[in-house]
Design a protein around this ligand. Structure first.
Ligand code: PGA
Length: 255
């Protein structure tokens, strides 16, 4: 079976809502031609979601929308937090969950990531669940066991149908924003292992359907190498997603 490629831009804390709306319009013109084969998504900061959603709808753009995080509770006294249904209300398709920056600076754990994954599905959206090892873990040759545990704990308790819809982004922490990357073969090995883990948990159809993205210093120049690997179904792109030309080139490399 063939999985539709997904190239998602993680804008992190870089864009105002106005800047984001302009970036989406610039990008949409450049990626329209790839849409049938490559799904393109943008993930602005919370404050940019409304403008993004409006421009996508009014201009009828072929673009998916994602948020960068969410709280797992449906509502409540959680000052500063955003509930899943607030994101669904803005027509978000995806929510990034468990990015290493959330784990490092905001205390996300496999347990809270799992609650967020559950909450995102319950609100009718799809999680992009991030995993990936530190340099120390890689140097200790423990990448595979570490990432498998993140997937087993983060993706626990789903139905097989949900597991099939899930998106998992493999992002080695040492590759994020550094210009350093694993070789495409070694990234593919980890992505294959992630797929096998989903297979062990939810069966072969879920393993065949789950989309596994690579992220970490993906650029227009190296995208094709990663995206042509058999177990890599797209990319989660940070820095290079903030420029319409470079992000469009990455999306085209997925063809
Ligand atoms: P980068 O970030 O492409 O800037 O390395 C990727 C990410 O953090 O999702």
């Amino acid at each position: 079976m063939s999985r539709r490629m997904l190239v998602a831009g993680n804008w992190k804390m870089f864009t105002t809502s106005g800047e984001g709306a302009v970036l989406i319009q610039d990008l949409a013109q450049r990626v329209e031609e790839v849409w049938d084969e490559v799904e393109v998504a943008v993930c602005p900061p919370f404050t940019g979601l409304k403008a993004a959603s409006t421009v996508i709808e009014l201009d009828k753009l072929t673009m998916s929308l994602g948020a960068q995080d969410v709280h797992w509770e449906a509502e409540g006294a959680f000052t500063g937090a955003i509930a899943p249904r607030m994101l669904a209300d803005l027509r978000c398709d995806y929510v990034i969950v468990g990015h290493s920056e959330r784990r490092e600076y905001f205390g996300d754990t496999n347990e809270t990531v799992n609650k967020k994954v559950r909450a995102v599905f319950d609100a009718g959206m799809v999680p992009i669940m991030c995993c990936g090892e530190s340099l120390a873990t890689r140097e200790a040759l423990e990448t595979d066991a570490f990432v498998r545990a993140q997937v087993m704990e983060g993706a626990a308790g789903l139905s097989a149908e949900e597991a099939a819809q899930l998106v998992i982004a493999y992002e080695p922490i040492w590759a994020i924003g550094t210009g350093r990357t694993p070789t495409p073969e070694s990234a593919n090995d980890v992505c294959r292992s992630i797929r096998a883990t989903i297979g062990a948990m939810y069966g072969p159809p879920a393993a065949m359907a789950v989309r596994v993205l690579y992220g970490g210093s993906v650029k227009a120049e190296n995208a094709k190498m990663f995206l042509s690997e058999p177990d890599i179904d797209g990319g989660l792109v940070g820095g290079a997603a903030l420029n319409a030309d470079s992000f469009a080139d990455i999306a085209k490399a997925a063809l």
